[in-house]
Design a protein around this ligand. Structure first.
Ligand code: NDP
Length: 454
C-alpha cells in the first residue's frame, strides 16, 4: 500500500491522504467480489431493485457532502458537483427499474422451444477517469449491479474521494459486503490487475485512446468483454440559417464545461462563412461572460484544471504567436487556472485543430457549404459528440446522419443524457453505455432448448 495526497486544484493545498491499493489487495478485492457474486446474482429482482433504490436514497441524502468532496478534490464548481451527485442518484434509480424487466424470449423451433436468459457476467471492473469521477462511475456501476454482477471500481488516482464515499453509502444502504468495492490506486497497478485477472469478466474503461487500446489488447487475451469510452474532437456546426445569437451564447458551455476536460467538448466550432464575422462578434461577450473562479462559490461556472502538468499540456496548444482571437478571465495566484481561449483562424493541420486538448481552448473555422462542413467535421479519427445549429429540419437530419459521431444535438449544446445510449464512433470508443439497453452489455444471453417430443 502506498500513500499519496489528493490535492485541491483550486488552492494547491492537500485535501486528504489516500492509500493506493497493491496488486495483492486488488486480487483480494476480486476474490471478495467473486464470492459475493454467488449470492448477489440470486437476490430476487424485486429485492435487488429495492436495494438500488435505497442506495439512491443514501446518495441523495449525502448529495451536499459528495458535492463538497468533489469541489475540494477535483475543483468542480459546486453547482456542477451538486448536479453530478444528484445524477448518480438518478442513474441508480433509472437502473433500479431494470432487474424486474430483465426478461428473456421464447422462440418456437422445430421439435421444441428455445428460451433465453440474460445471465450476469460475474465480476465487472470499472476504470474511471478523473474528469467526471461521479457520473462516469455511476454509468458503469448502476447497470452492472442491476444485472446481478459485482463490481470492483478503480477511480482515477487524482480524484478518488467521491467514489470511495459512494462505496461506503452502498454499504449503508444495505448492499452486501463485496458487491461494490472501490479500490483507489494506480492504473498501472490496480487498473492493469483488473484487466489481467481472469475472474474479472468485463472491463468498463473511460479515458484516453492510448490507454484504451492497451486495455482492449489486454482484454483480448482473455476474450474479456470490454466497453471503451475514449477521447473526442467534436464539432459544433453553425449554419447561417440558425438562431445565431443562441448558437453563440451556448457555444462556450459546449466546450468550456468542466474547464474543457470533457470527452464530449465541442472543441472545434465550424461556422458558415457568410455569418462568420457576426458569430465571432456574438461569441466574444459570451466567452468573456463565463464566470471562472472559486469552485466553492455558488455562481462559478468554470473552475481550474486538474493539475499543473495538465495545465502545461493545455498551454502547449497556445504557444507564443498563436492566433488568439479573444479570451475570458481566470484568477491569478495558487490553483491550476487557465482562461477560456478562442483560437481563430487556425490552419486545418494545426495540432489545436486535430488533437484533443481537454482544456478550455476552442478553434473556430469557416466553412462554405453543407458538404464542406460535414467533411471538416469528419476529418478526425474521433467521433464522440457534436452539435448542429440550423433552422432547417431537413438539414438537421441530413447533417446528423452524415457526421460520424455517436452523440449529436440539434439546436442545443446538450451532450450525455442517461436515457439514451452513449458511446463513440471510430477511435472514440467501443460499445455503448446508458439508455434502456445498457444491461445487454452486462449480461450474456443463454439459450436453452426444451424438447416437446413432437
Ligand atoms: P488515462 O487513460 O490515462 O486514465 C484513465 C483511467 O485509466 C485512470 O483511472 C487511470 O489510472 C487508468 N489507467 C491508466 N493506465 C492504465 C493501465 N495501463 N491499465 C489500466 N488502467 C490504467 O486518462 P487520463 O485520465 O490521464 O486523461 C488523459 C486523456 O484521456 C485526456 O487528455 C483525454 O484525452 C482522455 N480522457 C477521456 C475521457 C473520456 O471521458 N472519454 C475521460 C478522461 C480522459 P490513473 O488515475 O492511476 O492514471
Amino acid at each position: 500500500m502506498s500513500e499519496y495526497t489528493v490535492v485541491n486544484p483550486a488552492t494547491e493545498q492537500a485535501v486528504r491522504t489516500v492509500a493506493g491499493a497493491t496488486t495483492e489487495q486488488a486480487d483480494a478485492a476480486i476474490a471478495r467480489a467473486s464470492a459475493a457474486g454467488d449470492s448477489w446474482r440470486h437476490v430476487a429482482p424485486g429485492d435487488r431493485a429495492r436495494l438500488l433504490r435505497a442506495f439512491a436514497a443514501e446518495v441523495d441524502a449525502h448529495a451536499g457532502e459528495l458535492a463538497a468532496l468533489e469541489v475540494a478534490g477535483s475543483g468542480h464548481p459546486v453547482g456542477q458537483a451538486t448536479w453530478e451527485a444528484q445524477h448518480v442518484r438518478d442513474v441508480l434509480l433509472y437502473y433500479a427499474a431494470a432487474p424486474e424487466r430483465l426478461t428473456g424470449r421464447q422462440i418456437p423451433v422445430p421439435g421444441g422451444l428455445d428460451v433465453t436468459f440474460h445471465e450476469p457476467l460475474g465480476v465487472v471492473g470499472l476504470i474511471v477517469p478523473w474528469n467526471f469521477p461521479m457520473p462516469i462511475f455511476a454509468w458503469g456501476m448502476a447497470p452492472a449491479l442491476a444485472a446481478g454482477n459485482t463490481v470492483v471500481a478503480k477511480p482515477a488516482e487524482m480524484t478518488p474521494l467521491t467514489a470511495m464515499r459512494i462505496g461506503e453509502l452502498a454499504l449503508a444502504a444495505g448492499l452486501p459486503e463485496g458487491v461494490l468495492q472501490v479500490l483507489p490506486g494506480k492504473g498501472s497497478v490496480v487498473g492493469s490487475r483488473l484487466v489481467g485477472h481472469p475472474a474479472v469478466r468485463k472491463i468498463v474503461f473511460t479515458g484516453s485512446t492510448e490507454v484504451g487500446t492497451e486495455i482492449m489488447a489486454g482484454c483480448a487475451r482473455q476474450v474479456k468483454r470490454v466497453t471503451l469510452e475514449l477521447g473526442g474532437k467534436s464539432a459544433n456546426i453553425v449554419f447561417a440559417d440558425c438562431d445565431l445569437e443562441q448558437a453563440a451564447a451556448t457555444a462556450p458551455y459546449a466546450v468550456f464545461d468542466n474547464a474543457g476536460q470533457d470527452c464530449c467538448a465541442r472543441s472545434r466550432i465550424l461556422v458558415e462563412r457568410t455569418v462568420f464575422d457576426r458569430f465571432m462578434e456574438l461569441l466574444e461577450p459570451a466567452v468573456q461572460g463565463v464566470v471562472v473562479g472559486d469552485p466553492a462559490a455558488a455562481g462559478t461556472q468554470m473552475g481550474p484544471l486538474i493539475s499543473a502538468a495538465h495545465r502545461d499540456h493545455v498551454a502547449s496548444y497556445v504557444p507564443d504567436g498563436a492566433p488568439v482571437a479573444f479570451r475570458g478571465s481566470a484568477p491569478s495566484g495558487p490553483g491550476f487556472w487557465y482562461p477560456p481561449t478562442v483560437l481563430a483562424p487556425v490552419g486545418a493541420g494545426d495540432r489545436a485543430c486535430t488533437e484533443e486538448i481537454f482544456g478550455p481552448v476552442v478553434t473556430v473555422t469557416p466553412f462554405d457549404d453543407e458538404a464542406d462542413a460535414v467533411a471538416i467535421a469528419n476529418d478526425t479519427p474521433y467521433g464522440l459528440s457534436g452539435s448542429i445549429w440550423t433552422g432547417s429540419v431537413g438539414r438537421a437530419i441530413r447533417v446528423a446522419r452524415a457526421v460520424e459521431s455517436g452523440n449529436l444535438s440539434v439546436n442545443s449544446h446538450a451532450s450525455v443524457r442517461y436515457w439514451a445510449p452513449f458511446g463513440g464512433f471510430k477511435q472514440s470508443g467501443l460499445g455503448r453505455e446508458l439508455g434502456p439497453d445498457a444491461l445487454d452489455s452486462f449480461t450474456d444471453v443463454k439459450n436453452v432448448f426444451i424438447a416437446t417430443g413432437d
